[in-house]
Unconditional design. Structure first.
Length: 271
């Protein structure tokens, strides 16, 4: 009887129309920016930025400003009287993408850490410039080689071992390698570095219009104000935290009222 019941259920399930939802296959959406072009793109192109490092007076587009920052920091690296470690770190953090920068910082940090722990080891005091890992992790990153130069590395032609043809190495002298305090400070600056701060220019504009003239406001389509999924989640998180704070305040107020001593009322006793 149990077998017949199971067979009857199987036949009924086969006869039922399949749900459209069961046939849907959802593709995982790749994370990344949703880049769209609208007719109002020319309206929002005029976003300009300033930087206090450059004086903060001239407003530029972001690509122009980043190029100006790079030129300024490279010029600072050429100043013999200034410590080149600071502009090298700023250059490394300001003009490179985060994944590339993190790899470079990790690799250079290992170079310095090995020298700090083993200042007398010759193998740690030179870096083969033709090495594939060095080329992919440091040489291609703006500010990477500049930082190594700032801590005392200089390019030199040396054989890999006796009898080999000379090739390019970055070599730090024994004296610079023994200056552990300076290397520790440089390593700390490298790991805790920050990019040059920039800010959006207010770009105040004064319009001169006639008596019967009006300033035409840009017309933006409704989807210009649409929120992305990440923005919606962020707003929801903010609202949730706000509600939790309000509940916490209300609970605290209720507890305070409950614990507040009640006023004693006089009791009249009759004989």
């Amino acid at each position: 009887a149990q077998r017949e019941l199971e067979e009857e259920r199987r036949r009924q399930k086969e006869q039922e129309p399949s749900s459209p939802l069961s046939n849907l296959q959802l593709e995982e959406k790749r994370s990344g920016p949703d880049i769209r072009e609208f007719e109002h793109a020319n309206v929002i192109k005029g976003v300009y930025f300033t930087c206090e490092l450059l004086g903060g007076d001239e407003a530029m587009t972001k690509p122009e400003l980043m190029e100006a920052i790079e030129d300024f920091l490279k010029a600072q690296l050429l100043c013999k009287d200034e410590d080149a470690v600071v502009p090298a770190v700023l250059l490394l953090y300001s003009v490179n993408k985060k994944p590339v920068r993190e790899v470079a910082v990790e690799t250079i940090g290992k170079y310095l850490q090995n020298i700090i722990e083993n200042p007398g080891e010759i193998k740690y005091r030179r870096i083969r410039m033709g090495n594939k890992a060095f080329q992919e992790r440091v040489a291609c990153v703006k500010g990477g080689v500049e930082f190594l130069n700032a801590v005392g590395f200089n390019e030199a032609l040396e054989p890999m071992k006796d009898g080999d043809a000379p090739e390019s190495f970055l070599v730090i002298s024994e004296a610079n390698a023994s200056d552990t305090g300076r290397l520790v400070t440089a390593l700390s600056m490298l790991r805790d570095g920050q990019s040059v701060p920039i800010k959006v220019s207010r770009e105040t504009t004064i319009y001169r219009i006639g008596e019967n003239e009006r300033i035409t406001m840009p017309s933006l389509p409704p989807d210009f104000f649409d929120l992305t999924a990440e923005e919606v989640r962020r707003e929801q998180q903010i609202k949730t935290e706000e509600v939790n704070r309000i509940d916490l305040v209300n609970d605290f107020a209720a507890t305070a009222r409950f614990l507040q001593p009640r006023a004693c009322r006089p009791v009249k006793l009759e004989a």
